[in-house]
Design a protein around this ligand. Structure first.
Ligand code: PGA
Length: 254
């Protein structure tokens, strides 16, 4: 259902893993394994690996992303990196609002929105993460919660900019736990997000947005998850650090 309107995107989220030398080795391992991919392939890497990753992926079908960015262009923000610093390096994507940023680093829906707007303004493609804690799922508020996160994150984002937005539905209880959402659970929430986008913009706009699932996606469960009508790709943590596993997930989009 409308899946053909969207590009499948598989993105690795390396989190705080790999030195530049290790990043080069891993990317060189991934390149031949994904060269015939029918989906878009992205590796989101730590800031210190970006330069190496951009050089190593030159003339390949792999794009490079950062794992966060600040909303200001420059200034007194010790330890932060601006969107224009990323584009100046040849970075194309940025993850914003990952649950680890929200949980451990004080990220809120409002700061997520500021980062999304700043990244879009600079021409970056945004992978916007939303998702519920286990407690919230048990309270039955998952749909409302992800709708709220999506709405606030996209405040001020114009319809024309939606094509630069990917939304990653990542249930927090599934991240790094090995406890993957069932294909039905993943699809149900991805469909809720699409409905929210339809209400905010228009149905045709919503049908064009790539919505990924993330949370313990691996070489074994990827095909079933990716076959769901509203799941258009994956944001992959642990399994993206092993080239054969990441390549198997990329192949599972076919
Ligand atoms: P995981 O992480 O695949 O290790 O569960 C996903 C993510 O946090 O993006």
């Amino acid at each position: 259902m409308n899946k053909e309107l969207r590009k499948a995107v598989i993105a690795g989220n390396w989190k705080m893993n790999k030195t530049p030398d290790e990043a080069k080795v891993l990317i060189e391992e991934i390149i031949p394994l994904v060269k015939d991919a029918s989906c878009d392939v992205v590796v989101c890497v730590p800031y210190v690996d970006l330069c190496t990753a951009v050089a190593a992926t030159k003339d390949t079908n792999i794009a490079v992303g950062a794992e966060n960015c600040h909303w200001e262009t420059s200034g007194a923000f010790t330890g932060e990196i601006s969107p224009s610093m990323l584009t100046a390096m040849g970075v194309e994507y940025v993850i914003i609002g990952h649950s680890e940023r929200r949980t451990y680093f004080g990220e809120t829906d409002v700061t997520v929105n500021k980062r999304v707007c700043a990244a879009l303004k600079e021409g970056l493609k945004v992978i916007l993460c939303v998702g519920e804690y286990l407690e919230q799922r048990e309270q039955g508020v998952t749909a409302e919660l992800v709708a709220m996160q999506t709405k606030i994150a996209l405040q001020g984002v114009a319809k024309e900019d939606l094509k630069h937005i990917i939304i990653a539905y990542e249930p927090v209880w599934a991240i790094g736990t090995g406890c993957t959402a069932t294909a039905e659970q993943a699809n149900e929430v991805c469909a809720c997000i699409r409905k929210t986008l339809g209400n905010l913009y228009c149905e045709a706009c919503a049908n064009g947005v790539t919505i990924q699932y993330g949370g313990s996606m691996n070489a074994k469960n990827a095909a079933e998850l990716l076959a769901q009508p509203d799941v258009d790709g994956g944001l992959i943590g642990g399994a993206s650090l092993k080239a054969p596993d990441f390549a198997a997930i990329v192949a599972a989009t076919q």
